[in-house]
Each structure stands twice: as structure tokens, then as C-alpha cells.
Design a protein around this ligand. Sequence first.
Ligand code: BGC
Length: 349
Amino acid sequence: MKALTVIPLKEGSAALIDMDDPPEADGDVLVETLGVGVCGTDIEILSGQYGWAPPGEERLVLGHESLGRVVDAPAGSGFVPGDHVVGIVRMPDPLPCSSCAVGEWDMCRNGKYTEHGIKELHGFCRERYRIPSAHLVKVDPALGMLGVLLEPATILAKAWDHVEHIGRRAHWDPARAIVTGAGPVGLMAALMGVQRGMEVHVIDQVSDGPKPALVSDVGAHYHTGSIEDACPSPDVVIECTGVGSLVFDAMEHVAAGGVVCLTGVSSGGRTIGVDAGELNRYMVLENEAVVGSVNANKGHYEAGAAALAAADREWLGRLITRRVPLDSWQDALARQAGDVKVVIEVGTA
Ligand code: BGC
């Protein structure tokens, strides 16, 4: 079968190769892949900055945002052939740590977790894969290819869940949120903020292309300026860019008692000046919280699916700005102006 692979940490090594069908040892459910979303993490892996091949192998199959269809599943697994499914990205560490042991692999404490298409486990950008039924979730087949948006939705479902948990440490009545970045992650963050009844402001750099209308059509406000100009004193900031200066702006401008949630993984190597003492003073005197958030557990997949089900289908459809067949994978991986989410079509949804 065909698989889109890369040699981790080697730029320019991506190749569509022929590989053996997945062994039964990989899991009880056999899935045919319909589509795979391309995200910033994939671009980092392709540029040789991130990623790990499975032990003993040179190549890693790419793809962690997926939609598939069950081909074969044992009785009692909860799945039947034809079900539309999404594979959970992270597998718990084998020890397991106390978080992985209770199904909170997104909070893995020893770093020994594995991730499909990212860390030591082949991804979903291949014609077929096997996976344990416990790590597969169903999606509404009526969503068609839009089901591929579930994985990015889970990242924000977790971020909002944790923001709310932290907010409830005391009286919590948030009204306004800022989202930095209007890519797929930022747009999902905005969708979920609006779904919570909040006034949501999204900041991005571009003033053309599909992003401004996507933001206003979801019911949020689009800005190209600073956090301070867009919405002074937001109760919540969901930072989706990983840009250092925005991270510190968010900490500086969040309202008293507010929560800043960081979801963007920075590449590092850029130094900015920060008055750490002043920042400390704000944060202490205003009870501010800053939290990092990565990955998602099964509960977040359920919350992400609920958010997609409640969203306007036409709006969700506009997030997928290009669909590219697997054989033209180079086109999918080369960024184009106006891209929001690019999907590699591996099968037909
Ligand atoms: C994925 C997460 C993953 C993270 C770090 C993100 O792109 O969506 O599932 O945990 O990268 O590897």
C-alpha cells in the first residue's frame, strides 16, 4: 500500500513509498484512510525540526489528523465495517505514568508517550492502518470529509476545558476572549468561544484571503493590530501562534483573574526583552494564570465531536481550502496563499 513518509530530522526526505499492510499486532480494527489534514506540526517534521521514527525504522509515516472508514473490526469492539472513524493521536506511555494510567495520556508525566505520525508510531497518511479499538472514535458520517477536522478540534476542546477548570478556582464569569492566530487552530478556538456565549476577538496578520470572513461568519471579531487594541482586558486568551512577543502581550493584557492558555509550540531561538519582575507583579496582584496545553484525551475527542456537530456545516466546509489527491502530495505540502486547512485525499469519503 502507498504511504507518505519522511526520515525524521532530515529536511527534504518526504517520499510516497510502497509499504506492507499493517500487521495485526498494531490493533484489532482495520481502517482504510479517507483523508489526512496537514498542520504546522507536519510542516515542522517535513523541515527536519521534529519527529521520531518507530524504533528500528528509518522512516515515519506522516499524518495525525485523519478520517477513515472501518474495514474490519471484531464483534464486541464497538465498531462495524463502514463506520467513519478518527484515530486518537497519542498512545499512553508503556509504564504507564499516573496520568496515562487513568486515560489522561495528554498529560503524560514522563514523556514516554508515543504519537501517530509524530513520535515513534506510524501516522495515518497510508491507505490502511490498524489500531486498538480503545484508541479509535466514531464520527458522524454525515460530516463526510469534514470529519478530518476532529483532531484539531480536540486540541481546542482540551484548551477550553482546562481554561474553565482553572477559571472555576474562584467566582468565574468570563465575557471576552482573545484568540491569537486565525489558522485552523485559532478558528476552532474562536468557534468554541462563541459556542460558550463569549465575545471573541481574533488577531492575525493578514487582511485578505479567507480568514477575516471566516472569523466574522463564526460570530467573532477580526483584528490585525495588537491585543491591547483588539480587546483590552480579555478574561481568556487562547494563544495559537507560539510567537514569543504575543505570549508576553497576552500575559500583560489579560484581565484580573484571567487565564492565558498557550497552545502554539514555538521553534525557539528568538530572544525578546521581558521585565520579569513587572510581569510577576501583574500576575500575582491580579491572580492571573498561564497554562500550556497540548494533545487531547478521549473526553476531549467527545467534546470536539460535539463542537463540530453544533457548528454550521457550510462554515466548517470553508475551513478546508484545498483537497489534494495522495499522488499529488507535494502540492498539498507546499503552502499557498489563502490556505487554511489542506487535506490529502487518500480515499473517497
Ligand atoms: C498534535 C498533537 C500533538 C502535538 C505535539 C500537534 O500538532 O495535534 O496531538 O500532541 O502536535 O506533538
